[in-house]
Design a protein around this ligand. Structure first.
Ligand SMILES: Cc1ncc(COP(=O)(O)O)c(C=O)c1O
Length: 389
């Protein structure tokens, strides 16, 4: 029979990252710094909370948007960090931040619409827009001597009558760029001017180096008139080393959340019941472990700078948040090919910059959320490879 797949799904291309990861899995001794997660286990008190919750009977369906106690704990944390109040009805808990991103895009973008995506960026946004039947318009960050900055004019020029959303991720995967409040205000103004929604992915907000918490759009857009224009995405994955648990959330106006959870009801329904209970415990008692993680990541970031920062072929802008070094490599035009070469010749897997859009080409992303010895060995291998020195 002829299988007539929907073009929206056929348009989702396999990431070059998957190819590198597959090759790395098949290569004995290869150090994998290509994934977007730490190699640290989930803190024990969180694991115990899930275990206890399962034994205590948290094994049934819950409200699609998550149990009220979890939504209240999220609201309390957002208030503690950013001074902004949310009602539980303005929060939906989801199967990872990924599901929240998809629901948010699906709620606003469809056939004939477009979304402007600040890039280089995690491929989920482009593919979410494509799966929703829309057009993804990637707009690169500007690059100065001291780091990346938002090019507001370029973003304004990408907007037209069918633009429904601006997507921005800060601290950024893959660049480590962190948006300033001034830049947030400029985007909020653009959104108001063109009647758009901002999708702000803040999953790395706690993993920062010069401040305790990254600036959140929820603060800059706290006024009632702005609230309808904002969806903030967050997750337990990175903050608490909980990638495999699949728990995230979105904050938005009540009417946006209502549309998102109507859709979630018939896709995943609620996130896993005992994982929600573990999430409550993580939010209430996780500050010490976050502080430790932040200190660990800061030391690993310095380790990368010390090893690769002075190499003549490498441009390394200091990361302000998240756990990636986005290495510019002199003369590099095919990052996917270099990623395979490095697996075979150096025994290190890095993510090719092209996996984050055209503006990422010429770069390799190194995830430095690894233990000190693993990272030291990988950096030693890379530093002596001809692509790097
Ligand atoms: C920027 C960004 N957003 C969202 C996610 C999704 O996280 P999760 O679905 O595990 O919450 C990731 C994961 O790598 C990410 O890097």
């Amino acid at each position: 029979m002829t299988l007539r797949f929907r073009p929206e799904l056929e348009g989702v291309t396999e990431s070059p990252l998957v190819q590198v990861a597959t090759l790395a899995e098949r290569t004995p001794g290869c150090i994998k710094l290509c994934y977007g997660e730490a190699d640290l286990p989930t803190p024990e008190f969180i694991v115990r909370a899930a275990h206890d919750a399962a034994l205590a009977g948290h094994t049934f369906y819950t409200h699609t948007a998550g149990v009220p106690e979890l939504r209240e704990a999220i609201a309390a944390k957002v208030h503690e960090l950013h001074g902004v109040e949310h009602r539980p009805s303005e929060i939906i808990c989801t199967v990872g931040g990924s599901m929240a991103i998809y629901l948010a895009i699906r709620a606003f973008v469809g056939s004939g619409d477009n979304a402007v995506i600040v890039s280089p960026a995690y491929a989920i946004y482009v593919n979410g827009v494509v799966m929703a039947g829309g057009e993804a318009r990637q707009v690169p960050l500007a690059r100065g001597a001291s780091g990346f900055t938002l090019d507001v004019e370029r973003i304004a020029n990408a907007i037209d009558a069918r633009t429904r959303m601006i997507v921005v991720n800060s601290p950024s995967n893959p660049t480590g760029w962190m948006i300033t409040e001034t830049e947030q205000r400029a985007l909020a103004e653009l959104a108001a001017q063109h009647d758009l929604v901002i999708l702000s992915d803040e999953v790395y907000e706690r993993l920062t180096f010069s401040v305790e918490t990254a600036p959140s759009f929820s603060r800059v857009m706290a006024a009632p008139a702005d609230r309808d224009r904002l969806i903030v995405i967050n997750s337990f994955s990175k903050t608490y080393n909980m990638t495999g648990w699949r728990l995230g959330w979105a904050q938005a106006s009540e009417r946006t959340i209502r549309v998102m959870y109507a859709a979630a009801e018939f896709m995943t329904s609620n996130p896993t019941a005992m994982v929600q209970q573990a999430g409550i415990v993580a939010l209430r008692g996780g500050e010490d472990s976050i502080r430790e993680l932040r200190a660990h990541l800061a030391a690993r970031r310095d380790q990368v700078i010390a090893a690769l920062g002075a190499l003549s072929r490498i441009t390394l802008l200091p990361s302000q948040g998240a756990f990636y070094a986005f290495l510019g490599i002199d003369g590099l035009t095919n990052s996917a090919q270099l990623a395979s070469t490095l697996v075979r010749e150096a025994g290190v897997a890095l993510a090719p910059g092209a996996a984050f859009g055209q503006s990422g080409e010429g770069h390799m992303r190194l995830c430095f959320a690894a233990t000190e010895n693993t990272l030291a060995e990988a950096l030693q291998r890379l530093g002596t490879h001809s692509a790097f020195d």
